[in-house]
Design a protein around this ligand. Sequence first.
Ligand SMILES: Nc1ncnc2c1ncn2[C@@H]1O[C@H](COP(=O)(O)OP(=O)(O)O)[C@@H](O)[C@H]1O
Ligand SMILES: [Mg+2]
Length: 259
Amino acid sequence: MSNAKIIALANQKGGVGKTTTTVNLAASLAKLGRKVLVVDSDPQGNASSGLGVSVKDMERHLYHCYLDKEQVVKTIRKAAYVSNLDVLPTHVDLIGVEVELMSAMKREKYLLELLEPLRGSYEFIFVDCPPSLGLLTINALTAADAVIIPLQCEYFALEGLSQLIRTIRLVKHSYNRSLKIEGLVLTMFDRRNRLTYQVAKEVKNHFKEKVYNTVIPRNVRLSECPSYGKPAIEYDKRSSGALAYMNLGKEFLKKQKSE
Ligand SMILES: Nc1ncnc2c1ncn2[C@@H]1O[C@H](COP(=O)(O)OP(=O)(O)O)[C@@H](O)[C@H]1O
Ligand SMILES: [Mg+2]
């Protein structure tokens, strides 16, 4: 029986590639034969729709699981075009969690409690976080064994990173002793832009071997495929984006073995 590793994809900056990395890394691992679940913990629901799980035909979603954890198994759906890959979909209603749980006891542990029983069914569970350090992200970090931080290779990439690292440390000390940083992944890399190399170098100086060698290039296929409900590997498997995420999947798996 497998014992899933839970990985949160977090960065309070929007548009850095959290959702793209969640969807495409999960799809690569599924393609490589691993049993994977994507938990869409961003009320915007881009990971759900990017995997072909549409909001309109959804009776239940993650918000209902927060209200009643018995709902989880019934809520899980299959990704539309990838086998081995399931989705715990979301809906804008999930925003309510940030307010409604504000004064609840153990408000940071809801997601952990609802994911714990699923560990036996998957090898990897990826949690796509919203662009904030609010309660949804805190729940993801409390549930997770490790965090992947996507960073966009641009001038302000490092801005806000220290706040994120502080939050990870805080959650580690308060709620989740075993939380680790799994890795940092550089996204939207533009080979023609010198600044990109500079940012990459700075991140590597600081985070050393935590930075994945695989870099995700800027590739229009990656931004087109979500509207078809497909990860890049299904939409255009020869595209540079699909190939990069497949390499990231392999590098990710190699790191698991060496742990
Ligand atoms: N490597 C890439 N190349 C081109 N477009 C990308 C790439 N990664 C992400 N995008 C696009 O950039 C936007 C933001 O990415 P997204 O993954 O949604 O970020 P986040 O989840 O951090 O907000 C989306 O429109 C997405 O399709
Ligand atoms: Mg997102």
